[in-house]
Design a protein around this ligand. Structure first.
Ligand code: AMP
Ligand code: MN
Ligand code: MN
Ligand code: MN
Length: 290
């Protein structure tokens, strides 16, 4: 393996803009040899991605990024090497999709009060019709001229304290890790720097992840600075966690994150991909349901 694996990406199965097949083809063309598709709260894109990976000569790691409420905040847990057919995992994710449906209606109600009618239909038109996230609302509000870009919409409408923000509960850390473990996967804390937790709180999150059976933390991430790589490499070393790497690619509309450009993990990290039993035949599932 010559390139750092990319173990965190999105497709149109959640809030990415490339289909699973197009994502795999773009990754292969960029020289990525090992790719995980980790859509938010769904495994719906994995079959298409696996089929495309077999044709593209790339090893696909089946994954998912689960939304968790922890310490009063939303934390994302990536599952890698999951068996997407696992009933425990599927039932858990179905509950999160149900919550997303309720939340989407609630966001739309709030945006209507703020003067933006038709946001549910508008957001749905940017989605696959099944899973609606804040990014889909953001794309709709850009279309409506509410802000110049998706980031601007988040800042003005969709984050805590803003008119379209909905405070709700995702699932617990324990449940998310439990579903991933039941599906034979490794549970990884996604983009830890994004939460802006104190050092003590990061240690607490890592401790609880480990108690639940989780094993990894993203050290190299598209949302991390170079300094962050070293901060979280140290956490991984000190707490005995495996280190992961992922771009968090959502599509070519975000040109500051591109596939195939991830740097190597800092020295001293134990890479999580040594645990992943990478498929000898690209595109084959790598783990069985426990
Ligand atoms: P959701 O899971 O529906 O609440 O949406 C979370 C997704 O929104 C993240 O995975 C990002 O893709 C996107 N997102 C969150 N915060 C921001 C932000 N400040 N700017 C742009 N995109 C964001
Ligand atoms: Mn996203
Ligand atoms: Mn995330
Ligand atoms: Mn992500």
């Amino acid at each position: 393996m010559t390139q750092t694996p990319d173990l965190h990406t999105h497709s149109t199965a959640s809030d990415g803009t490339l289909s699973p097949a197009a994502l795999v083809q773009r990754a292969a063309a960029a020289g990525v040899e090992v790719l995980a598709l980790t859509d938010h709260d769904t495994v719906a894109g994995l079959d298409e991605a696996a089929a495309a990976a077999a044709g593209a000569g790339l090893a696909l790691v089946p994954g998912v990024e689960i939304s968790v409420t922890w310490g009063g905040r939303t934390v994302h847990i990536v599952g890698l090497g999951i068996d997407a057919g696992c009933a425990v995992l599927r039932e858990g994710l179905a509950g999160l999709l149900e919550y997303r449906r309720w939340r989407a209606e609630e966001i739309a109600r709030r945006l209507a009060k703020a003067g933006y009618e038709g946001a549910l239909e508008g957001a749905r038109a940017y989605s696959n019709g099944t899973l609606i996230g804040r990014t889909h609302f953001a794309r709709f509000l850009v279309e409506r001229g509410a802000a110049a870009d998706v980031r601007g919409v988040f800042q003005r409408f969709l984050v805590e304290g803003k008119p379209g923000h909905v405070h709700g509960e995702w699932t617990t850390l324990e449940q998310a890790v439990g579903w991933i473990r039941a599906a034979g996967g490794e549970a990884v804390i996604a983009h830890p720097a994004r939460y802006k937790f104190t050092r003590t709180k990061v240690k607490r999150l890592i401790g609880e992840l480990r108690e639940c059976g989780g094993s990894g933390i993203e050290v190299v991430s598209g949302s991390h600075s170079r300094d962050d790589y070293f901060v979280y490499a140290r956490h991984a070393r000190e707490e005995g966690l495996l280190a992961s790497a992922g771009s968090d690619y959502h599509g070519p509309e975000q040109p500051w994150i591109e596939l195939g450009r991830l740097p190597a993990l800092p020295d001293g990290c134990r890479p999580i991909w040594t645990r992943l039993d990478l498929p000898a035949v690209p595109g084959r599932p790598v783990a069985a349901c426990a």
